[in-house]
Design a binder for this molecule. Structure first.
Ligand SMILES: [Zn+2]
Ligand SMILES: [Zn+2]
Length: 198
């Protein structure tokens, strides 16, 4: 989570009002005081730089559309919505970078109550709703989206279930065809064979 600097732009309140950010790089943050009793509908495109430091060669392809419904709940905020991201990931077998689409849905209650409080003290309507600590009365929607999308990343992404990976000997991409290395033989025999073939 980022700090609270970078105050959010005035959001248009109301059920049908939508906020569209023309600047993909604007960090989307929603302050508790901005949310009217009837809630707020937010839709915007987060910039690809949202995943700039995600590591492991992960790069976002284009902007990330986010749609969320923000409601006050108790003394906190409930944020429910979805985001779509296309991330370029390196294949765990062949190391080629490939695009993978992720649609993530989230339902999070941001509560000003410190999280070390026994979870039972927070009344949850639905058990599958996540609970986060509301820091400085501001919800970092970008941070939430980033976190939720990264949770969906597979441990070992594959460009294709049938990816043949790299040849352990010469490093050739076996998806492009055989490299010419002998299958699983003794490398010394392979060297001999090469000599004989001249
Ligand atoms: Zn692959
Ligand atoms: Zn090879």
């Amino acid at each position: 989570m980022r700090g609270r600097e970078g105050a959010p732009h005035a959001l248009t309140a109301g059920l049908t009002a939508k906020y569209h950010s023309p600047f993909a790089s604007v960090a989307m943050k929603i302050a508790l005081s901005q949310v009217p009793p009837e809630g707020l509908q937010v839709s915007y495109a987060a910039g690809p730089e949202l995943f700039a430091d995600a590591g492991d060669g992960v790069v976002a392809q284009g902007s990330v559309p986010v749609a969320a419904r923000v409601d006050t709940e108790g003394s906190g905020l409930r944020v429910k919505g979805s985001a779509e991201a296309v991330l370029e990931l390196p294949c765990a077998r062949c190391l080629n970078v490939f695009p993978a689409a992720f649609i993530t849905r989230f339902d999070v209650l941001f509560t000003p109550i410190a999280l070390d409080v026994d979870a039972d003290e927070i009344e949850l309507g639905e058990r599958d709703m996540a609970v986060c600590h509301l820091e400085g009365d501001v919800v970092d929607l970008d941070g939430l989206v980033r976190e939720q999308v990264l949770l969906e990343l597979p441990m070992a992404p594959l460009c294709d279930e049938g990816c043949r990976g790299l040849c352990p000997r010469c490093g050739a991409d076996l998806n492009l065809g055989e490299c010419g290395c002998p299958p699983q033989g003794d490398p010394r025999l392979a060297a001999l064979k090469k000599l004989l073939e001249g």
